[in-house]
Design a protein around this ligand. Structure first.
Ligand SMILES: Cc1cc2nc3c(=O)[nH]c(=O)nc-3n(C[C@H](O)[C@H](O)[C@H](O)COP(=O)(O)OP(=O)(O)OC[C@H]3O[C@@H](n4cnc5c(N)ncnc54)[C@H](O)[C@@H]3O)c2cc1C
Length: 540
């Protein structure tokens, strides 16, 4: 990574990116951290809680409130002091050529238009160049065994993005194929001056970025913006953190610099001579060669607006019981936002900004949500980023955990289930089967049961390695939010003690934390949950 000082020749000094001026070595970097200064301090009367025309804030539609929050900051990203610590330049080439005719935002993990620091950064560069801004998405026919449940959700979200982009004068291009194959050609054909992309710590997308970097013409810079985390992963910590306890203070200390309101992505005045043809989404869907046996779900409507509606219902109805009831699978207490967050259709930063407006009504719920959505989630990215090769392997566990699992790997199992039996919810445990049915049918298992579910897989398979493989396989196949750092870390926490401590030693688990049916009976009405999901299965 290199210093961003020359990313854009005509950029002003205040646009300098101090990304690799690591760890406060550069005075200017500390100053530019407070780059967010011009964000108008949002007064209660302004920040989406304002009362235009004498209306009460309650009467302003939630989506409109969000939109007002953005425009209250400034009208366009070129009037906003961008916090450059969100950006890393990946190529040796840093300058966006002034003679080029556009900037590309290669959208990958963060599939939304507004509230997206990567797209905002790309627009900022395009405005400085007075050039068009293109959004490109590279659709690969297969991705870590994703099926139509995942592709369907994603494509419908992308269709909404194309529409929103068009209304803003930003061409959206669905390019079919790997980025390394299709983007360099796009860059040449359109005389593109540089590419901006978003960030994921997972191996496959990291490889895509590396491959694109190698394939781009040498004079075209590639930079990456962490648009998923509130505190960029590489800024939150420079090492793998031991657990929530060790990363919490680091993140909280930096939140004032990063947890700011977003300016809007505004109408882009520099449009290309020719807009691309609209995508035929039905044809694209039909062309996919993915597994179609796992159907799309009906409770979660794809797209940013639908995600924001889910956020609204959480703030209005569930936030007040989130702290006290989030471990009860019979209660409606969770945000249910993970599908939209996973596909980047909703920004966690937006969720936090909105939830905080309800703090006076739901103090404990707000604190608990901040802990889950910021600390636990960003800890998961930290683990995958710094434990890149082994985030989904027993080899990635702490030495104490590997040792204890090894010692107990030959312990007698009272039940042994094949992957097929697990997948078909055919165990002796009615709660486990009900949870598996919930996952298969609804595409989301309650968060508390996810822990129980994975720990039982450790108990009922022939080795911790098999348990981890089966848990990840089932989670990724059925869960709409699967293939996520949270998922790998959730399975590793349950089976291999990641981010946890050693507990009293027992069979099979060794020192890994144990959970059992009796404990669940003490926590919630198990028969009620079982009655709800017993015998439910995917309709063929
Ligand atoms: C075995 C297992 C597998 C899991 N698989 C996934 C997965 O594939 N995808 C996924 O997003 N999460 C996963 N989790 C983490 C967590 O259970 C889910 O994020 C949560 O249940 C999602 O539902 P929600 O949005 O209603 O959560 P809420 O409780 O409302 O939380 C809001 C958000 O905070 C974050 N969050 C909550 N709990 C955690 C956590 N423990 N770790 C990290 N982030 C958290 C998520 O982004 C979530 O959407 C898994 C956990 C376990 C134990």
């Amino acid at each position: 990574m290199c210093n961003h000082a020359r990313i854009l020749k005509m950029s002003t000094k205040k646009d300098v990116l101090p990304e690799t001026s690591k760890k406060g070595s550069d005075k200017r970097s500390a100053e530019s951290l407070t780059d967010t200064k011009p964000v108008k301090k949002l007064k209660k009367s302004e920040s989406g809680d304002r009362k235009p025309d004498g209306h009460s804030s309650e009467s302003i539609d939630f989506l409109e409130r969000i939109s007002i929050c953005r425009t209250d900051v400034c009208e366009s990203i070129d009037k906003f002091k961008f916090n450059k610590k969100r950006v890393r330049v990946l190529t040796k080439q840093e300058d966006f050529s002034e003679s080029s005719n556009g900037v590309v935002y290669w959208m990958s993990r963060d599939q939304r238009v507004q509230d997206n620091w990567a797209l905002l950064y790309a627009q900022r560069l395009a405005l400085k160049l007075e050039a068009p801004l293109h959004v490109c998405f590279c659709l690969v026919p297969a991705f870590l065994e994703a099926n139509i449940r995942h592709f369907g959700f994603m494509l419908k979200g992308l269709a909404g993005i194309e529409k929103e982009c068009r209304e803003l004068g930003i061409p959206f291009h669905l390019l079919q194929g790997q980025a390394k194959t299709v983007l360099p050609q796009f860059v040449k054909d359109n005389n593109i001056g540089g590419v901006v992309t978003d960030f994921s710590p997972l191996r496959v997308p990291t490889q895509w970025v590396q491959d694109l970097k190698d394939a781009l013409p040498k004079d075209v810079p590639l930079c990456q913006v962490d648009a998923h985390n509130i505190v960029p992963c590489w800024e939150a910590s420079d090492k793998q953190e031991y657990g929530a306890r060790t990363i919490r203070t680091k993140i909280h200390k930096q939140l004032p610099s990063y947890l700011t309101e977003f300016p809007p992505v505004s109408k882009h005045l520099h449009v290309p001579h020719k807009m691309p043809k609209e995508t035929d989404w039905l044809a694209v869907e039909a062309s996919l060669s993915c597994d179609r046996s796992v159907p799309e779900v009906t409770w979660a409507e794809p797209g940013t607006d639908a995600g924001h509606r889910m956020l609204e219902s959480f703030c209005e109805k569930r936030l007040k019981i989130f702290a006290s009831s989030r471990n009860d699978p019979n209660k409606e207490a969770l945000s249910n936002l993970s599908p939209w967050i996973h596909f980047g259709q909703v920004s966690v930063q937006r969720c936090i900004l909105m939830v905080k407006k309800y703090r006076s009504r739901a103090q404990e719920g707000t604190e608990a949500f901040i802990e889950e959505a910021i600390i636990r989630r960003e800890l998961a990215d930290n683990f995958c980023f710094y434990n890149h090769d082994n985030y989904d392997s027993i080899k990635g566990a702490y030495p104490w955990a590997q040792e204890t699992l090894k010692i107990h790997s030959k312990d007698k199992r009272t039940h042994l289930y094949s992957r097929e039996k697990l997948e078909g919810a055919k165990t002796h445990d009615d709660l486990w089967n009900a949870a598996q049915n919930q996952l298969a049918v609804e595409g989301k298992m309650h968060g508390f049961l996810r822990m129980y579910w994975a720990k039982k897989i450790l108990e009922w398979t022939d080795s911790p390695e098999t348990a981890l493989r089966d848990a990840i396989y089932l989670n990724d196949k059925y869960s709409l939010d699967g293939r996520d750092p949270n998922g790998y870390v959730g399975c590793m926490w349950s089976i291999a003690g990641i981010h946890d401590q050693g507990w009293g030693e027992r069979d099979i688990f060794g020192k890994i934390r144990f959970m059992n049916y009796k404990g669940c009976l003490r926590k919630f009405d198990v028969p009620r949950f079982v009655a709800r999901y017993k015998g439910k299965s995917i309709k063929k």
